[in-house]
Structures are given as C-alpha cells and as structure tokens.
Design a protein around this ligand. Structure first.
Ligand code: GUN
Length: 290
C-alpha cells in the first residue's frame, strides 16, 4: 500500500487566496495595505532564500513588504533599536526577525522586544504563554500550517497518539502545545530520547522536526499513521545520484509504504509556513485596526 501524498502546496494556495481577499478588503476599509516587516541579519544563504520568498509572497497577497537586511556584525543594541522603530511604525502590522541570528546576538533578548500584537512568528513570551494557556493569540507559522494539514486530513484529532520529534521553540514545542489543545496524547521526543524507533511506532501522528536528513525510517512508522515532515535538508553535492537534492527528516521512500498519508519535501509543510505567515499578518492587521 502506498500513502496518500498530502499536497501542502495546493492547500497553501487556497489559504493564500483567502488571505489576498482579506488583504484587499482591509485596504478598501482602512485605505492602507497590511504590512509585514522582515529583518535579516547576516548573509546565511538559506535565510536569504526564505526571506526573499516571504517578501515575494507578501507582495503577491496584496500586502506591503518591508525588508531590513543588516550586516552580520550588527550590534544587539542596533537590532533592538530597529525592532523598537518597527513596533511604533503604524504601517507595520507584523514583525519577523529571521532566525537563527549570528552567534554574538541573543535571540531571546531580541525577540522579547517585539510588540506581541505584531508578533506574527508567535515567539514572544506573551505569545508562547498564551499558547500554553490555550488562549487565542498568534501561533508560530510552521506548527500552525502542520496542524491545518492534519485537521484537513483527519478531522478530529481527539484521543490520537502524537509524537513530535524535536523540541525547538519554532516548531517542536508549539506543535506539541497545539496537538495537546486538540486533545491528542502528546510525546515530545528529542536527541536524548531512548529507543526513538519504539516511541515513534506508537504514534498515530508523527511530526518530524529534527533537521537530520531522512533520519526517520519506514519501519519506525505504525501502519496507517499520518506523517508530517517539517525537515528541509539539502543533501551534500557529493551525494551519489542525489546532488544537492532537498529531502525531509523522514525517509520518504520507506515511510510512504506504511503511512496512511505523508507530506512530501518539497511541497508539503514548506508552502504552509509562508501561507500561515501571511495569514498571521492579516490577523494582526485586523486586530490592530479594530
Ligand atoms: N527560520 C526558519 N524558519 C523560521 C521562522 O518560521 N521564523 C523565523 N523567525 N525564523 C525562521
């Protein structure tokens, strides 16, 4: 049996179209475009690609995109000053500081200065606290997009066993909170987890967010499980027969033989992250306008 492929690109296209409609209506009512500011420090090639596609998608949705590219040696004080200016800029509804930051900068200290009403990444202590309390707020984009795909596929998630592999602030932790809010029984696995294959084998829902290419094998997956692969890993150029190919954290070839449904890489969770960023920006703009 071969798993159904969950088409994140198609789902994201629908969401982006709905956001574009809301953006046009917002502009009609307020006389201005909803605006997203993205801050990139340094010249990490992957981050540059992400930031470029976020800016392009923002403009395509009919919103204003403000890109701030700062040199790698930007000081913490200068970065915090920029965030402060964006906090008070009335044209800016959403602020995203692209992570990771260069080593000399304190990620938490910077993120903490973002106005929670503009926190479209859902990373400030206020946003993460609201999520933990089960209160409405802005939720990190990748877990939000993953949850949308799961609910579209499975309907109610209540009572299902979910394993999240990875405990990052961007994906693993908020994903686990969201699944808990849907009444899943949630396990968070990570690099110190003992017998990871046995833990994964229990799961009706597997969310892989470890950042290690093709680490999760098909014989770890319970027959009939739904697999969400958050990983985006580029194989090294010297890889035999797969030069520079993009792969997920799940070994797609073997996992797709046992899972009921699985997201591909690329074309699964990736497009959902950007669509949810646009959605969060629109939600922030509407809340700020009211
Ligand atoms: N780096 C990789 N993904 C993300 C994301 O969703 N938000 C931010 N701020 N940085 C990232």
């Amino acid at each position: 049996m071969s798993a159904e492929i969950i088409d994140g690109k198609d789902f994201a296209g629908g969401l982006r179209a709905r956001v574009a409609e809301a953006a046009a209506e917002f502009e009609g009512v307020t006389g201005r475009k909803a605006g997203l500011a993205v801050v990139l420090v340094g010249d990490d090639p992957a981050s540059q690609v992400y930031v470029r596609s976020k800016g392009k998608a923002t403009i395509e949705a009919g919103m204003a995109s403000f890109e701030h590219r700062l040199p790698a040696d930007t000081s913490q004080a200068d970065l915090i000053r920029l965030v402060g200016a964006l906090n008070t800029d009335p044209a800016v509804d959403g602020i995203l500081v692209q992570l990771p930051l260069p080593d000399h900068l304190d990620e938490h200290a910077v993120v903490e200065t973002i106005d929670p009403s503009k926190d479209v990444d859902g990373l400030t202590p206020i946003s993460t606290g609201r999520l933990a309390l089960g209160l409405p707020g802005l939720v990190p984009c990748t877990p939000l997009g993953s949850l949308m795909l799961l609910k579209d596929r499975l309907g109610s998630l209540s009572g299902l066993d979910a394993v999240v592999i990875g405990r990052s602030i961007l994906v693993g932790k908020p994903m686990a909170q969201l699944l808990l809010s849907e009444s899943c029984t949630v396990t968070i696995a990570h690099s110190r987890t003992r017998d990871l294959p046995a833990v994964v084998r229990r799961a009706d829902i597997v969310v892989a967010a470890v950042g290690r290419p093709e680490m999760i094998k098909g014989d770890w997956i319970k027959r009939g499980a739904t697999v969400i692969d958050v990983g985006i890993n580029r194989l090294p150029p010297e890889t035999e027969g797969a030069k520079g190919r993009l792969v997920g954290d799940v070994d797609f070839a073997s996992a797709s033989k046992v899972a009921d449904a699985i997201t591909p890489v690329p074309g699964g969770v990736g497009p959902m992250t950007i669509a949810c960023l646009l959605r969060n920006t629109m939600v922030a703009a509407q809340r700020r306008a009211n």
